[in-house]
Write a protein that binds this ligand. Structure first.
Ligand code: SF4
Length: 94
């Protein structure tokens, strides 16, 4: 199960900052080299090298998850799920 990261302030920020999130993980044994993930990445964090997708700029990744969704071979995994719960909502629930 993927760990959720809150960017809205409801969860302790010391867990991980948005910029420190690890980029997508690509399983080269599953990648067919179709290039779809590179095409859909809005921040150009991915590129093709030797006919395989690679994360060339992990700091550019903003976790849209488009690469993971579009990959026809489930070769890409984002390690965290981004959620947004505002601090105000959390405080109301407490
Ligand atoms: S979408 Fe999947 S199969 Fe296609 S290049 Fe990217 S990782 Fe490889």
């Amino acid at each position: 199960m993927r760990q959720a990261i809150c960017v809205g302030g409801a969860v302790d920020k010391r867990i991980i900052s948005e910029r420190a999130l690890p980029g997508p993980v690509i399983d080269g044994s599953r990648c067919s080299g179709c290039g779809l993930c590179v095409l859909v990445c809005p921040t150009h964090a991915l590129d093709m090298q030797d006919a395989l997708a690679v994360v060339t700029d992990p700091n550019a990744c903003n976790y849209t998850g488009y690469c993971e969704l579009i990959c026809p071979h489930q070769a890409i995994t984002l390690l965290y799920e981004i959620t947004h719960v505002s601090k105000e909502v959390k405080d109301d629930a407490d």
